[in-house]
Design a protein around this ligand. Structure first.
Ligand SMILES: Cc1cc2nc3c(=O)[nH]c(=O)nc-3n(C[C@H](O)[C@H](O)[C@H](O)COP(=O)(O)OP(=O)(O)OC[C@H]3O[C@@H](n4cnc5c(N)ncnc54)[C@H](O)[C@@H]3O)c2cc1C
Ligand SMILES: NC(=O)c1ccc[n+]([C@@H]2O[C@H](COP(=O)([O-])OP(=O)(O)OC[C@H]3O[C@@H](n4cnc5c(N)ncnc54)[C@H](OP(=O)(O)O)[C@@H]3O)[C@@H](O)[C@H]2O)c1
Length: 516
């Protein structure tokens, strides 16, 4: 059990207690043992960029399997936890924490942990694996390049040379606040949705601009604080799905990872069983498997009670009293005809999202069309660089969460490529895999890598391992983090043979893919 986790009483909370017990078992079986602080760690040496859940977790896996790692974080030490360290104290997981087990040693106390618990779990993980002594803060990465022996240099050579780089810079950078006409005239307060801690909403009318997950969170904040009325001004349509792990898991098990002829089934069920009298809010012609849905049940209750109103509209301008909008009917696209309406309020919350952090520090070869991100091998490896992995940062939409066990799987695929030359894919085959995925998802209304579900991810991993006999010995390790000794011994023996025969690259050429 993670040291700071509180164990529930099995008589008072049997379900939560069982959930904790299962997590404890998973941790015992699957979490790699943290290294001895005095241990000399082996090569490959890995640079991890970013100290959010993805960076800390992948670094914990690397070091847990005995490899040296350095984390580069643009912010200060208070930034461990990434975006979660910056959001409102009222923020929390919308999706169930069963689907947010970013490391096997994480132990959640409840189904829907809040920001404080999430940051605490990341920080515990960071300390447990001795990563506190291996993190460089205020170290924004601006350049990643190779020396003449193919080893990676991060920013400059004083940081040393690395055999591989994991980029974990996330998708939510600085808050995005679009400049809208008349904002300066508005007499009330204007805040970004990530800056609501301590703001007073009691008795006020709150206008939320945006129709994404942050808008729903702002609605929850406003109702908790006792706001009088909340308007959500949504420009585009998004599906809302119930906060229910069974629903969420079932939707995440679409192996095709795209809209199919059968998608009407979950869409109709959602309309009939969840939206019910509010079916007008369900998107008219946008499939559920095309964009990340919002996970929330509270929003429906607030709309039914009359406390909240969800308006499909474009923003025209602000005025002193509120926001002038063009309200549209269902099915009319943004910019289409409607009627003007002034929405009056005391506070505007800009739930308009975040700027996407730039991957432009990577070499130009990572951005060659038609294989620019997210169109990469397993969506993560730029073709031609098997020693570079960008975990979770090319993510666009999905049903599932960013913070689940796939972080470990991706990290171990990356370790397999670094350690074992016979598994390292050649650029030719990385590109063919991308072409094949494009073909298989050619009927998807969105790009092949712009939407995925968990089962599709599993299919990708199976494909990566099962189709190459040299990778079979790694299967258990890649999927579960177990059984590292056997493939590692085989690689050692192969290396001795290669040395005797004097074939192969002197450094192992860890960025040189050869395999199918
Ligand atoms: C309010 C809110 C609620 C959310 N709720 C959920 C949820 O319920 N479920 C879900 O799946 N997702 C949710 N998300 C999405 C969230 O982004 C992911 O869950 C997850 O936290 C992403 O982690 P990450 O480590 O990949 O990225 P981040 O947490 O963004 O961390 C990236 C880190 O990289 C650093 N960095 C960036 N660029 C550089 C650089 N050039 N050099 C060095 N360091 C750099 C940043 O400073 C940051 O610390 C939520 C997001 C927000 C904003
Ligand atoms: N607890 C949670 O699960 C949770 C909570 C918050 C955030 N998140 C995650 O964090 C990420 C960001 O979410 P987010 O809701 O902050 O951002 P988002 O998903 O990008 O949504 C931004 C919203 O603002 C609208 N918008 C942007 N500019 C606008 C403009 N000029 N005029 C009118 N509307 C405008 C967008 O409309 P268009 O769609 O038309 O552009 C969209 O509806 C997502 O990955 C989300 O899943 C999760």
């Amino acid at each position: 059990m993670a040291p700071e986790s509180r164990l529930h009483n099995p008589l008072l909370h049997p379900i939560l207690f069982t959930f904790q017990l299962l997590q404890w078992l998973v941790s015992k079986i699957l979490a790699p043992t943290p290294p001895d602080p005095q241990a000399v760690l082996a090569r490959p040496r890995i640079a991890v960029i970013g100290a959010g859940i993805t960076g800390v977790t992948s670094a914990a896996h690397c070091i847990g399997h005995g490899f040296d790692v350095v984390i580069f974080e643009a912010g200060g030490e208070d930034q461990v936890g990434g975006i979660w360290s910056k959001v409102n104290s009222t923020s929390g997981l919308q999706i169930h924490s069963m689907m947010y087990r970013f490391h096997p040693s994480v132990v959640w106390e409840e189904g829907y942990p809040d920001k404080q618990q999430i940051v605490s779990q990341v920080r515990q993980l960071w300390k447990r694996y001795g990563l506190d002594g291996r993190t460089k803060f205020n170290a924004k990465v601006t350049k990643v390049f190779q020396d003449d022996r193919g080893r990676w240099i991060v920013n400059d050579a004083t940081n040393g040379r690395f055999d591989g780089v994991i980029s974990a810079i996330g998708t939510c950078g600085d808050p995005k606040v679009p400049d809208m006409p008349g904002m300066d005239k508005f007499k009330g307060e204007i805040h970004h949705s990530s800056d609501l801690t301590g703001k007073k909403a009691k008795g006020k009318t709150i206008i939320v601009i945006g129709g994404g997950a942050s808008a729903v969170e702002a609605l929850e904040f406003a109702t908790q604080e006792g706001a009088e009325k909340i308007y959500i001004l949504a420009r585009s349509e998004k599906w809302i799905i119930p906060r229910n792990p069974v629903w969420n898991a079932l939707l995440a098990l679409n192996i095709f990872g795209q809209e199919t002829k059968l998608s009407w089934i979950p869409e109709t069920l959602l309309r009939k069983l969840f939206y019910r009298d509010l079916q007008d809010l369900a998107p008219a012609d946008k499939g559920i498997f095309t964009d990340t849905p919002m996970v929330n049940s509270e929003v429906m209750a607030q709309i039914r009670s009359g406390k909240a109103e969800w308006l499909r509209c474009d923003i025209e301008r602000f005025d002193e009293q509120g926001v002038l909008v063009n309200r549209r009917d269902k099915g009319v696209e943004s910019g289409g005809p409607g009627h003007q309406e002034l929405i009056e309020g005391d506070m505007v919350v800009m739930a308009t999202g975040y700027k996407r952090p730039e991957l432009s520090f990577l070499p130009d070869s990572c951005f060659e069309e038609p294989y620019a991100p997210p169109n990469w091998y397993l969506q993560t490896f730029p073709p031609s660089h098997p020693s570079l992995s960008c975990i979770n940062c090319t993510y666009q939409s999905a049903i599932g969460t960013v913070g689940n066990w796939h972080i470990g799987i991706y990290t171990r695929i990356f370790l397999m490529f670094l350690i074992d030359p016979l598994t390292r894919p050649s650029p030719f085959w990385m590109r063919r895999w991308i072409d094949m995925t494009r073909f298989l998802k050619s009927s998807s209304p969105v790009g092949p890598f712009e939407f995925f579900t968990y089962l599709e991810l599993v299919w990708w991993f199976v494909f990566c391992i099962a189709f190459n006999p040299f990778r079979w010995k790694w299967a258990l390790f890649v999927f579960f983090g177990l059984g590292f000794v056997l493939p590692n011994r085989v690689v050692g023996a192969e290396e001795m043979i290669r040395n005797e025969l004097r074939v192969g690259h002197p450094d192992g050429g860890r960025d040189l893919g050869q395999s199918v």
